[in-house]
Design a protein around this ligand. Structure first.
Ligand SMILES: Cc1cc2nc3c(=O)[nH]c(=O)nc-3n(C[C@H](O)[C@H](O)[C@H](O)COP(=O)(O)OP(=O)(O)OC[C@H]3O[C@@H](n4cnc5c(N)ncnc54)[C@H](O)[C@@H]3O)c2cc1C
Length: 467
């Protein structure tokens, strides 16, 4: 029998404890944030902490955490996607400061959660990228580790675990080693978003849910029947940014999908491990990610597709091929699952920046501050970007404004855009097919070594071409 409903475990577990009234009359404020996900909420939170006199409003189309922020895999990474590009552009002292800012994300979030009393099942257990399933993953992991070393990361930040060490952490099939980093925590994503909304509101941020913005003009966010005017507008929409032509093609909206099992027994967890609730994934290019939830479930996902025209997607067929493929992979990795069901299936849309490099910018002339393009690593990144945007908007002297993820020109029109359709659609599907081929050949032990290597090179080359 098929799964009857598509339900997001996190949103299911945390029906909003309170809601916020829609905006129904025209108003004005100093800073209008569009989008009640992590980027918008962290930005609003830090703006009010740093400048309590500032009038800050958040407009959310649905409810806070409805987007990627309430649905993700819950890896809270101390870092940014593709951060080596930034780090390699800096010399000694500046690189060290940037590294501290990146790795410091986890402690900063932990401090805010404690200060604000946000309960979101936070556990700082690190992350294991396991070389599993096929031997090529070991080479991928070792190559990646070499790149990390070049960017200045030492053993304390990322280290290779041999087979026994890795298996002691993760009892998955065919684990032959892996890269471990302490710079990652896991959270219950929707609770984090809701807790942040409450913390921001306590500081005096005005939150309006069920308030979709329909038009974006300089200094004005237009809603149905009313407008919100502001000196600065912060579109914090990530995967949904493409609905506004001014922001169109800044980010490539792509999908990611997850499933979650029923709670596992103590015996199953003895076999699987993850005793510190460390995040885990394998080192394939399918970008798999998982966590042991606080109530003892395995939550597991992998990168998804791209829709023609860059449309966001929040509803998925629970019995579709996308979930069937993930479930097969999950069960192959974890024989200990046996007949345990995986009744939760959901997904969402995230944003990828050109060159896979997230950025923040404040365009004073246009009155727009924005950040994003986290490429599936936005839970921790949004905290750093929220702080960065607050410093930029308030012109504070912290060192965030001079970090390499801030676009120095501060001009919206300088953001590198993705090519018009159908180039992204074709490109993304080509890249995905190459990943699929690599995965198929590598997972099928009988394919000759040259074919497996060739498929890997093709996938990497196409990805570089798309960026
Ligand atoms: C399935 C999935 C798994 C992921 N797993 C991880 C992970 O494990 N670790 C990690 O670091 N990152 C992960 N990510 C990425 C991460 O979740 C996102 O990068 C991050 O949540 C982006 O936050 P945001 O606030 O920028 O965007 P969002 O959370 O998407 O927020 C945008 C908000 O804008 C609202 N909105 C849309 N249109 C309008 C409008 N017209 N007017 C007003 N409001 C509007 C939406 O309802 C939404 O609430 C994952 C993403 C997905 C989809």
């Amino acid at each position: 029998m098929g799964i009857e409903s598509q339900a997001c475990l996190w949103l299911d577990q945390s029906p909003a404890a309170r809601s916020w009234p829609p905006l129904t009359q025209s108003a004005s404020c100093d800073v209008a944030v569009i989008g009640g996900g992590y980027t918008g909420l962290w930005t609003a939170y830090y703006l009010k902490r740093m400048a309590p006199e500032l009038d800050v409003a958040v407009l959310e189309a649905e409810t806070c955490g409805y987007g990627a922020s309430g649905r993700n895999g819950g890896w809270l990474i101390g870092g940014l996607a593709n951060q080596n590009v930034h780090l390699l552009s800096l010399d000694g002292e500046r690189r060290e400061r940037a590294r501290r800012r990146l790795f410091g994300i986890v402690d900063e979030v932990a401090a805010v959660l404690a200060r604000e009393g946000v309960e979101c099942d936070f556990a700082h257990g690190g992350v294991l990228y396991a070389a599993a399933r096929y031997p090529e993953q070991e080479a991928m992991g070792r190559n990646w580790l070499r790149e990390l070393r070049r960017a200045g990361h030492g053993e304390a930040d990322f280290r290779w675990l041999d087979r026994e060490e890795a298996r002691a952490q993760l009892g998955a099939r065919d684990v032959r080693g892996g890269v471990f980093s302490p710079h990652c925590a896991v959270v219950q994503p929707a609770r984090l978003a809701q807790g942040l909304a409450r913390a921001a509101a306590r500081l005096g941020v005005r939150i309006h849910e069920h308030s979709p913005v329909r038009r974006l003009a300089p200094g004005v966010a237009g809603l149905d029947g009313c407008d919100l005017s502001a000196d600065v507008i912060v579109p914090a929409l990530e995967g949904a940014a493409g609905q506004f032509s001014r922001l169109g093609r800044c980010l490539l909206p792509v999908q990611s999908l997850l499933l979650a099992t029923e709670p596992l027994s103590a015996a199953q967890w003895d076999e699987i491990g993850l005793g510190r609730r460390q995040a885990f994934g394998d080192l394939s290019r399918m970008v798999t990610y998982g966590q042991r939830s606080a109530d003892g479930r395995l939550v597991f996902g992998a990168r998804g597709g791209y829709r023609l025209g860059g449309r966001a997607q929040w509803d998925f067929d629970p019995n579709g091929a996308e979930f069937a493929w993930r479930e097969r992979l999950l069960r192959r990795l974890f024989p200990a699952l046996g007949a345990t069901a995986a009744p939760y299936r959901w997904g969402g849309t995230l944003g990828v920046a050109r060159a896979f490099t997230p950025y923040a910018l404040f365009d004073r002339r246009a009155g727009i501050a924005m950040a994003g393009g986290y490429g599936g690593e936005g839970v921790g990144a949004a905290n750093l970007m929220g702080r960065t945007l607050a410093e930029l908007i308030l012109e504070r002297d912290g060192d965030l404004a001079s970090m390499p993820w801030v676009m120095p020109e501060g001009r919206l029109e300088r953001v590198r855009r993705w090519a018009p359709e159908p180039v992204p659609w074709l490109g993304y599907h080509l890249v995905r097919s190459a990943y699929g081929l690599e995965e198929k050949l590598c997972a099928d032990g009988s394919a000759p070594a040259w074919a497996r290597r060739g498929a890997g090179k093709l996938a990497a080359a196409l990805e570089a071409l798309l960026a």
